[in-house]
Design a protein. Structure first.
Length: 717
């Protein structure tokens, strides 16, 4: 039977029009390819076909470059309430796509290995990039999709104690808060108000009004202002629930906030701490904005910024064990409290839904951080205290303000141990020399050795350079790997010659920018719970080349690529120390014992995904992967390796994609825990997931879509 090669790269469904784009060709270059569209009753549908020149397809499929029109764009009038079939055929071979508003049926995503990369990466979705979804539209669509909730109240279900310190709270805001609590779809709660207001501003009359119809509201007038910590502790002392839920006196809960907390406890019986996503609400209670979609529990993000913040629920037994709020951290008392309680938790659950609306007004740190500068000084003290409790062997030199207020930068005093720098190289000695000299002459970390792994250089001047650089710097050593290019094998070979307990895998096309980069990375790599530390990499124009990796954007993509740190990225993530699922090995620091524990880089990944696979295996071994933005290099990106421009290289690349997808199928279905399912996976800018495009077939590779795709791919050895 005649072969058919194809890829549907773009689907756009507007009100009454469907637009399809991609390419298709037969077994031979001259074989004709036909297209047809039929509706659900089998009647043909008229369409406009535009043939497009695609020299990349002829080069890839037939290994020739010839005049062709293998590309296509098809436009037809469509009814949003009807389903359609799009058929590509060549001879007796055909491919059928089932199209409707819900998207391409998952079972029809069965592509050949030849097309796998196109399916994963080449969806165009240009309309999303031009018109990103607004948060107001995002909220409306989620409201329409709200699932019916089950009844969770039972004798075994938890009682939530919402603790709220009051102080001269505006009546309107207090009433709105209580109203939001009374609208909860889960009823096992109590509200504990501790009022530290002056007597003339007591809020007792408002609370008494609500208590007449709601027996779950408790109130205590303190007759003094004990400060934010003291007032909150008084509310906690009133609580009789299983969980303490923190809430500010002028904020709002979503109707399903307590229901989602109860559901999390039911599904995770050992969870001691729970937090959710949040957004902000203006003074008029009409505008919702600035949503914060958070990762799952991320200790190094928490010590850089109180990202957990709202909503936060903690088992009362943990509070009794750790103590309540500490007034010496007033202003950052919640940050300190969250760190102390999570330190003792068996399990910490993140709910990736907005359950809390944080009120903004001019005196609020949420909109005007400079209004409470003392809070940031308290935050620094709280972070230092955390390290003294959890990592007493680490010496914190100081904690300073980071890229913006509320972002913290912890600087450690680290013993200068030997670091072995492993650099693969083939020719390109100018780049290599720049990489070595920048580390030696500009860097402040002096205890270094360099293992240059020579791999089939062809120029005589390369070997002359090796002799010269080894004579100039006694810590430079050249070793010879004679096999073909295999990034994993080359690095594993180089590690055999390393003497240090810390390995810095480094490309030959990077250049140190920040002198203290290695010190910054070592401050985290010395910890027993950390396996890998990555850094921030910049293009020559100082835009971001690497600020960490998100698994599931394409296959795995550098986040915030081509943006600028100084422009203020999503919650300043490009300049925030945090745990991620993966970082690039272009500059990667790893403890030798961790490298050996996971048997180094997997040599079946010769070119692609070797570093991502390595990071995921290290995380599976129970170690963290840390992104350290204060370590910074320029990266000139794969100058020396050359492009993937031959059929053999491209086929190898696709095999590695398939191998990675098969190995991490479950991970991809669940989604990257260090990202958030509400954020896009078709760009790297932390923009909102476009719910419209998800409904018409965006490559949101979770669940049945990914299963169908992977099941269709032959096993790869």
């Amino acid at each position: 039977m005649r072969k058919l090669y194809y890829s549907l790269e773009m689907i756009s469904v507007n009100e009454n029009t469907t637009r399809l784009g991609g390419w298709a060709c037969g077994e031979k270059p001259e074989d004709p390819v036909d297209f047809s569209v039929v509706d659900s009753t089998g009647n043909p549908v008229d369409f406009k076909l535009t043939r497009i020149q695609r020299s990349d397809v002829s080069r890839e499929v037939y290994q020739i470059i010839r005049e062709n029109q293998y590309g296509f764009e098809i436009v037809f009038d469509s009814d949003p309430h009807k389903a359609y079939k799009f058929v590509i055929s060549s001879g007796k071979r055909k491919k059928t796509y089932h199209l409707n508003r819900a998207g391409i049926k998952a079972a029809q995503l069965k592509e050949k290995v030849m097309n796998t990369y196109s399916v994963m990466r080449n969806y165009n979705f240009s309309e999303q990039r031009k018109t990103p979804m607004s948060y107001s539209t995002f909220r409306k669509i989620l409201a329409l999709r709200q699932e019916k909730t089950e009844k969770l109240e039972s004798p075994e279900s938890p009682l939530f104690s919402i603790v709220i310190p009051l102080y001269a709270t505006p009546e309107r805001y207090l009433r709105e808060l209580i109203d939001s609590i009374e609208k909860q779809t889960y009823g096992k709660y109590e509200v504990c108000f501790a009022d530290g207001s002056p007597k003339e501003k007591s809020l007792e009359h408002i609370i008494n009004e609500y208590q007449k119809t709601n027996h779950r509201i408790r109130y205590q007038f303190l007759n003094e202002n004990r400060g934010i910590s003291g007032n909150t502790n008084a509310a906690v002392e009133m609580a009789s629930g299983d969980f303490i839920v923190l809430c500010d006196h002028d904020d709002l809960l979503t109707n399903d906030a307590l229901y989602e907390l109860a559901k999390a406890v039911k599904e995770n019986p050992e969870c001691d701490c729970i937090y959710s996503d949040e957004d902000k609400i203006d003074e008029t209670s009409t505008k919702y904005f600035d949503p914060h979609f958070k990762p799952d529990y991320n200790i190094d993000l928490l010590t850089s910024n109180n990202y957990i913040c709202h909503i936060y629920a903690v088992r009362k037994s943990i509070v009794e064990k750790t103590g309540g709020f500490d007034e010496q951290y007033d202003g950052a008392q919640d940050h300190d409290f969250i760190m102390r309680t999570t330190e003792q938790a068996r399990s910490i659950v993140h709910i990736p839904k907005v359950l809390y609306h944080w009120r903004t007004h001019m005196n609020s740190t949420s909109v005007n951080p400079e209004s409470k500068m003392y809070a940031f000084e308290a935050g620094k003290k709280a972070i230092k205290a955390h390290y003294e409790r959890v990592w007493p062997e680490l010496k914190v030199d100081h904690v300073e303000d980071g890229a913006s207020l509320g972002i913290y930068h912890t600087v450690f005093d680290v013993k200068e141990e030997l670091v072995s720098v492993i650099i693969p190289n083939k020719d390109h000695t100018e780049d290599l020399d720049k990489a070595i000299r920048s580390m030696i002459e500009k860097g402040t970390w002096k205890n270094l050795e360099f293992i240059i792994v020579e791999n089939n250089s062809e120029k005589q001047e390369t070997f002359e350079y090796y002799e010269k650089i080894q004579k100039e710097y006694e810590q430079v050593k050249v070793v010879y790997y004679e096999g073909g290019f295999n990034y994993s094998a080359i690095n594993n070979f180089g590690v055999k010659y390393a003497k240090g307990n810390y390995l810095l895998l480094m490309n030959n096309d990077v250049e140190l920018i920040e002198p203290d980069s290695l010190k910054e990375m070592m401050g985290y790599c010395v910890r027993d719970d950390v396996g890998i530390v990555g850094c921030r990499l910049l293009y020559p124009d100082n835009s971001i080349q690497h600020a960490g990796v998100v698994i599931g954007i394409g296959v795995a993509e550098h986040i915030l690529k081509n943006t600028y740190s100084g422009d203020g990225t999503y919650f300043n993530r490009s300049m925030t120390i945090q745990d991620l699922s993966a970082v690039t090995a272009a500059v990667m620091l790893v403890r030798r014992e961790v490298y050996e524990e996971v048997n180094g880089l997997d040599e079946s990944f010769a070119v692609a995904f070797n570093d991502i696979d390595f990071c995921l295996r290290v995380r599976n071994a129970g170690k963290l992967v840390v992104y350290q933005p204060y370590a910074c290099f320029h990266h000139y990106e794969s100058k020396s390796r050359g492009a993937e421009d031959t059929m053999e290289k491209k086929q190898r690349f696709r095999r590695e994609i398939v191998r990675f997808l098969r190995r991490y199928k479950d991970f991809l279905q669940k989604g990257d825990p260090m990202y958030n399912p509400n954020l896009t996976i078709v760009s790297t800018d932390y923009s909102l997931r476009n719910l419209f495009f998800d409904r018409i077939g965006a490559p949101f590779f979770r669940g049945r879509q990914l299963t169908a795709l992977l099941d269709s791919i032959p096993d790869v050895k």
